[in-house]
Design a protein around this ligand. Structure first.
Ligand code: SAM
Length: 254
């Protein structure tokens, strides 16, 4: 395995499992949770080793997609890996696909989608807030995935420019207002998906889907428990993520 090169993206994990996504550039600065350090000192270190920065120890890892999602700074509520995995599979997201995303937030879902559609596909992300668009763009760059995503600054309820889209995936407060435009943008058999925290949002979205030629309209909730293997026994972690969102899916038909 080759050692860390300049500009590599590196994951540092502390002894409590907290992850920090770092780029090996020559710039001294304060990194929250790590302290003041120059990431360039990581160059030539080997992945898999443990290093000391200040008084803390960190394992040096090669970042996975989950590490990238968990390692980015966040502003809005993100779609967590358990839900992103379900969305990716149910929407059959593949290399080469054209995906439209509505509501980019911190870009967590965008990172998952971009990593799946590359090298020939594209994610078009509609985001109406300039500050979030800029923030998500920085997070995509931190994940080295910016070249597979195009950000469109605007309100997705006003229309989707793309046609023949493989999947439209929404994470915004009023997905029902995007059902008609999604239908027009999707290719036949293309997938619609929406992530919503409340049941009321799901009911309004499903009602709109039922008014149009969509098949296999279904709503899922994914619950995930971590199991802690301890010295005195094995049991579910007491820190289960109680609720994230409901996932609404449908497929366009003729
Ligand atoms: C919860 S965040 C999305 C989080 C994102 N899925 C992630 O995993 O990081 C919702 C985002 O939708 C954006 N938004 C809400 N309504 C919108 C609309 N009509 N058009 C475009 N963006 C919208 C908000 O500005 C916000 O950034």
């Amino acid at each position: 395995v080759t050692p860390i090169a300049p500009n590599d993206h590196v994951l540092l994990m502390d002894d409590r499992g907290r992850k920090y996504l770092i780029r090996a550039v020559d710039r001294v600065g304060k990194v929250k949770g790590i302290g003041v350090f120059n990431p360039y000192t990581l160059v030539d270190q080997h992945y898999g080793t443990t290093i000391k920065i200040g008084t803390k120890h960190f394992v040096v890892l090669h970042p996975s997609v989950v590490d990238k999602v968990e390692g980015i700074p966040r502003r809005a509520q993100i779609i967590t890996p358990k839900d992103a995995a379900q969305i990716a599979l149910q929407c059959d997201v593949n290399s080469g696909d054209l995906i439209v995303e509505g509501g980019m937030g911190s870009g967590a879902l965008t990172i998952v989608l971009a990593s799946l559609v590359k090298p020939d596909g594209r994610v078009i992300s509609y985001e109406w807030r300039k500050d979030f668009a800029r923030f998500a763009q920085q997070n995509l760059a931190l994940a080295s995935l910016e070249q597979w995503c195009e950000i469109k600054l605007g309100d997705i309820t006003q229309g989707i420019d793309e046609v023949g889209v493989d999947a439209v995936i929404l994470d915004l407060p009023n997905p029902w207002d995007v059902v008609e435009t999604s239908f027009n943008a999707l290719r036949v058999c293309g997938h619609f998906a929406s992530y919503s925290p409340t049941i009321g949002q799901v009911e309004k979205t499903v009602a709109e889907l039922r008014r149009r030629p969509f098949a296999e309209i279904k709503v899922l909730e994914t619950l995930q428990r971590e199991i802690v293997v301890g010295p005195r026994g094995t049991r579910p972690s007491s820190n289960m993520l109680g609720h994230t969102g409901y996932l609404t899916f449908a497929r366009k038909i003729l």
